[in-house]
Each structure stands twice: as C-alpha cells, then as structure tokens.
Design a protein around this ligand. Structure first.
Ligand code: FAD
Length: 289
C-alpha cells in the first residue's frame, strides 16, 4: 500500500497518521529485538520507516531493505525505505530501486544524506547534489511513493532560521508527495514551516518528527541536527541530570505533551523517532493508536 493512501484515508476522518522510525541495528541480536518489539505491539503504527546509512552505518548488504520487507510481510505493517544519494551513483540507485520493488516495498524517503565521517569527498560519487535529483530518478524508475525531509529550523548547512521554501517546492515538483520533518522541541517552529508550505501551494501531507529526550548525552546530537532547546526542556534535563530514570520519564512526558498539542492543532501526521527503544515504541503506540 502507498503511504499517501494511508494519509488520505486517516486525514479524511480528521485523524493524524502515526508512524515510527527505526534504524538497522549492527548486530543480529539487535535486529531480532526489532522484530520482537514489532510483533509485541498491541497497537500497530500506520507505518514504520527504516533509515539507510544514517550516521555512517553500513549500507552494503542493505539491511534497511531486509528489515522493511520483513516488517511488511510478516507483521502486516506498511514500511518506508530511506535512501540516500551521497553514497550512490545513478547505476547503484537503479539497482537498489529494482531490489526494493522486487521485495514489494512501495515507499521511499529520498534524502541527500551526509558525508560519512572521515570519507574523502573525492572518493564519493558526484552525480547527485541535492535530494530533488534523487527524487526525480526514483520517479523515473518505478511506481513508488516518495517522501522528502523538511527542516523546521532550517538545515544545519544553511544560515536560514526556517527552511528555504523554494527547496521544499523543488522536491515537491520533482515528485515528493509526503514531507517528514527533522526533530524539533518547539512546536511553533514546526507549525510555522507547516504554514509556509501550505501557503506556497504544496498540498502533500506533512509529518512532524518527534524524538523523546531520554538521556543527557542525546542533547549534543540533537544540537547537531539543528534542533534548538526550549528553556523548559533545558530545565528538565538539568533537574534530572543525575537521575536517569526520572529524566527518561520526564523526557517522554515532554514528547507526549508536544504530540498532544500537535494533534489538537490538526497536523497531518506524527513521525516518532524511536531510537530503537522498545519502550518508546510501546508507550507511543499505546498513547496514540
Ligand atoms: P537536500 O534537500 O538536498 O538539502 C541539502 C542541503 O542543500 C540543505 O542545506 C538545503 O538547504 C540545500 N538545498 C536543498 N535543495 C537545494 C537547491 N535546490 N538548491 C540549493 N540548495 C539546496 N540521513 C541518512 O543518511 N539516512 C537516513 O535514513 C536519514 N533519514 C532522515 C530522515 C528525516 C526525516 C530527516 C529530516 C533527515 C534524515 N537524514 C538521513 C539526514 C539527511 O540525510 C541530512 O539532513 C542531509 O544533510 C540532508 O538531506 P536532504 O535530503 O534534506 O538534502
């Protein structure tokens, strides 16, 4: 099933689409934990997306596809395969797309990706420079629903405080029919971008990316992703910095309040970054599905 059909059906009933994001674990035991968690979910998400090569993880054996295929086939949950262009040339992309099609996965989140840490630019393919070029190739290569990333506080490489709407438009015109946001902690920032996108005439659904803060060490990475920290969240982290269980509880509560507010304000969808933590997936699904 195409993910945009899920959006059409749920949004028509004034319901938001609730999706989860996972990443391919390095070990087989980690992969088994994913399957066990998915099998044990009493409330199933509308779809699960599986990252590709994020934070320098290996892509050679395409674990992303194996996981996306199995979740769809064995657990009956629709999946979305992330795909990046920075580490692939058009020939490789074409081969990966054939593999994805052959495994009956119909949805792709098309991204530029980031240069793997330590990789020399001269050794990376130089065919694609922006995500929209990958989106164009995916649309030419098969009947996929294609999603793209958006940045409520601007992309980290950009000096702008809010994303350049022209870049979003370019992805839309290339064929993206769903947008998924970078994580954020201040709902106003997401809602502002949501409004800009709507006013620019783009009609594709827009999902808000939410990642609960579970430990203090996460904060550094979140800043790397360009998310600003509201005072309320900084106070929570400071208050519970020496009490991991309390911080986890307070971080989940903060994320749930964000989601409650977003749902009340009529967002199309919420995409939850689970960080492969079973309790995040379980708690969020019990609360929101
Ligand atoms: P682009 O849209 O190409 O943007 C890259 C930069 O170029 C930005 O600074 C943008 O402002 C600028 N730009 C865009 N279009 C134009 C244009 N037409 N002209 C001039 N400048 C332009 N990374 C992974 O490696 N694997 C994953 O699985 C993964 N999943 C992600 C999921 C989500 C929801 C998000 C938000 C990000 C994800 N990322 C992932 C990270 C992503 O790859 C990085 O943020 C990357 O730096 C940008 O990717 P993009 O597709 O947004 O690139």
């Amino acid at each position: 099933m195409k993910i945009t059909d899920i959006y059409k059906t749920k949004n028509k009933k004034d319901k938001a689409v609730i999706s989860l994001e996972i990443f391919p674990p390095k070990t087989d035991a980690g992969v088994e934990t994913i399957y066990k968690t998915v099998a044990g979910l009493t409330h199933k998400p509308d779809f699960i997306s599986v990252t590709y090569g994020a934070m320098g993880s290996a892509t050679q054996e395409n674990k992303t596809l194996k996981i996306a295929e199995k979740i769809k086939k064995d657990y009956g949950i629709e999946t979305m395969h992330h795909l990046t262009s920075i580490n692939n040339d058009p020939e490789e992309i074409s081969k990966i797309l054939s593999d994805i099609k052959a495994k009956n996965v119909n949805n792709i989140l098309a991204l530029r990706g980031d240069r793997p840490v330590g990789a020399e630019i001269s050794k990376l393919p130089d065919d694609y420079h922006y995500a929209y070029e990958l989106i164009e190739d995916i649309k030419k290569n098969g009947d996929f629903d294609v999603a793209a990333a958006i940045y409520p506080e601007g992309h980290v490489n950009s000096a702008l405080e809010v994303e350049n709407i022209e870049h979003v438009k370019r992805k839309y015109e290339a064929g993206a029919n769903l947008f998924v946001s970078q994580l954020f902690f201040d709902n106003e920032k997401f809602l502002r971008l949501n409004d800009y996108i709507r006013h620019s005439g783009i009609e594709a659904p827009i999902a808000a990316g939410i990642m609960p803060v579970l430990q203090k060490s996460q904060i550094e990475r979140m800043i790397f992703f360009g998310a600003s920290l509201p005072t309320r969240l900084i106070k929570i982290v400071n208050k519970y910095k020496d009490s991991p269980d309390d911080l986890q509880k307070a971080g989940m509560e903060y994320a749930c309040k964000q989601i409650d507010d977003l749902l009340a304000r009529g967002v199309d969808g919420v995409h939850i970054y689970t960080m492969n933590k079973p309790f995040v997936a379980n708690t969020m699904m019990e609360n929101y599905l």
